[in-house]
Design a protein around this ligand. Structure first.
Ligand SMILES: [Zn+2]
Length: 97
């Protein structure tokens, strides 16, 4: 039996074997919807561009954040493609509340 060392992300609590490869979408320094207190989750709205695509058929990364400040228009996929770094001006720290 071999002992392995793991590292835990302080934001999402996932475990990793390397300490520096994980880019965490919940890292507050990115100021994105995932860790924002104004985000009420991601919508599973069944309309994209006015077309009914059916409930539950939208891939998770196409979902849009439900923002109480209505600040952004990025899908979860776009946030991911930006390296999670939205630097949103409405962003508060959700971790202290
Ligand atoms: Zn993480």
């Amino acid at each position: 039996m071999k002992e392995i060392k793991v590292y835990q992300c302080e934001y999402c609590k996932k475990l990793f074997r390397t300490p520096n490869r994980h880019v965490c979408k919940f890292n507050p320094k990115f100021r994105n919807c995932h860790s924002c207190k104004f985000c009420r989750g991601f919508t599973d709205e069944d309309y994209i561009g006015g077309v009914d695509v059916g409930v539950g058929t939208i891939p998770t990364n196409m979902l849009y954040p439900i923002c109480m400040k209505d600040c952004g228009d990025y899908s979860a996929l776009e946030i991911c493609e930006m390296g999670y770094n939205l630097n949103c001006s409405e962003y508060p720290l959700a971790y202290c509340i």
